[in-house]
Every structure is written in C-alpha cells, then in structure tokens.
Ligand binder design. Structure first.
Ligand SMILES: [Zn+2]
Length: 255
C-alpha cells in the first residue's frame, strides 16, 4: 500500500515550539497535536500550528490523548484558522522520546493507526532528546526527529512508514505570532500538571506529609520558572532586540 502522505512540511517556528516542549522534561514523554492543511494533489501536509498538551498520566512511555484534549484542539484549530484566514485542522501528533531511540514503539504505531483510520492524512512526529549514543562521545545533545505513518496492510501487524519531513520558513508574521503564543502556554501547562498531581492527593495525610508535599511542589514550580519561563523570557527579549535592530536598519535603507 502506498503512503497516503508523501511529505510533511513543518514550519520552522512550530518545529522550535515542539522541540522546546520536548526539551522541557527529561524524565517523561511529552506530547502535543499538530495543526495544518493538506495539499491533496501533491500529498503534502503543511503544519503551521500546534497545541501543547498536558499529560494526564506521568508514566514513562505512556502518552495518551483524551477525547477532551482532541476536541479542545479542534476548537483551537478553528480559532487559528480565523487568525490566519486559512482552513486548518488537526493533522497529527508529536511526542518526545527522552533517552530512547527515535523509532516509534508498538504502542505508538497502534495509536497512529487508530488516528489514521479516522483521517488518512494523520501523521506522527517523534523527537528523540537527551539521548547519548555510543558513537557520540562529545556530550553534545543529540536530537533526532522522525515523521511516520503506520502501514496497516497486514492484519494486526503494524509497521512504520517513514514520511519525508521538511522544515520550511514560517509563512507570515501572523503565523509566527501563533507559534509564539503556543510557546508561551508551556510554563502554564507544566504548572497545571503539577497542580493536577496535588489535587488527586489523599486528604488523610498528616501535617508533616502535607508540608513535605507542599515543599516538593514549590521545588517543581521553581524548576519550571528556572528551566522554562526564564530562558523563554530571555529568548523573547533577545528576539525583540534583534527585530528592533532590523527595523532600524530597514528604515535607514528606505530613507
Ligand atoms: Zn513513543
């Protein structure tokens, strides 16, 4: 069977958002949904937005999209469509593989097959982060990305179909601002996950246990601020400086 999709073009800004999300946690897999549109003639899908999802279950190698999250992403895709004056829909999902290879697991292939049954253009992207291969002794952060669909030809025998992935320049300033808005939701989502964990906690705990858990949560919040929010603010401030400089130069050129 031929792949329904020949190629996926991922906008550079969205690539940066997904990668920042993947790098935000080293212990668990993170995931999100990809939004864009398909060129039916060339079998190419263009990913121009994404939705970062909160994890409902912080288990390693357990990534699940709840129906509520999917519905929320559909609504978000409609919002972005209005903002960009385009017709976008949820077209795929991404997740991270911290410390493991980029290849989709059997569960990944099964999940992908399920979504592909609903939409033949649905695609999966995996970011392998924090991996240190034996060939890489340089201590560099080795990042690998794969784009795949599931070959469902053989009954109950899923295999991976590799899809060509191209990172393309972001099409417009509006599309950049959509991507930045997604990135800005990251600290908020990570904090929500922490709050979620505490809300499921037993009310029977004694004072000392509660105090201990409170302290741990505070530590997590400090981590989020330190490792995610602050670098994000630094990055955005740098971006403002570069753009202001560029505007100045362009104005000089014009005059
Ligand atoms: Zn996986």
């Amino acid at each position: 069977m031929m792949a329904y999709l020949k190629k996926v073009c991922l906008s550079a800004e969205i690539y940066a958002v997904c990668l920042s999300h993947a790098l935000s946690t080293e212990k668990e897999e993170v995931m999100g949904l990809l939004i864009g549109k398909v060129d039916e003639e060339t079998h190419t899908s263009y990913i121009t937005a994404c939705r970062i999802l909160a994890r409902s279950d912080k288990q390693p190698d357990r990534v699940e999209i709840s129906p509520e999250q999917l519905m929320e992403a559909v609504t978000y895709a409609e919002e972005v469509s209005k903002q960009l004056n385009d017709n976008l829909r949820v077209l795929g999902w991404y997740h991270s593989h911290p410390h493991i290879t980029v290849s989709p697991s059997h569960v990944d292939l099964k999940t992908q097959a399920m979504y592909q049954n609903m939409d033949k253009h649905f695609v999966g992207i995996i970011f392998s982060v924090f991996s240190s291969s034996t060939s890489n002794r340089s201590k560099c952060n080795d990042i690998q990305v794969t784009c795949f669909q599931t070959n469902t030809r053989l009954n109950n025998q899923f295999s991976r179909l590799e899809i060509c992935l191209e990172i393309i320049p972001t099409s417009s300033i509006d599309a950049c601002s959509v991507a930045l808005q997604s990135l800005a939701t990251l600290p908020e989502i990570l904090s929500k996950e922490e709050q979620e964990i505490r809300s499921n906690e037993s009310t029977q705990f004694d004072e000392l246990t509660k105090l201990h858990n409170n302290a741990l949560q505070t530590l997590q919040f400090v981590n989020i601020t330190d490792k995610v929010s602050r670098p994000l603010v630094d990055h955005l401030e740098n971006e403002i400086r570069t753009l202001t400089q560029q505007i100045k130069l362009l104005k000089q050129e014009r005059d």
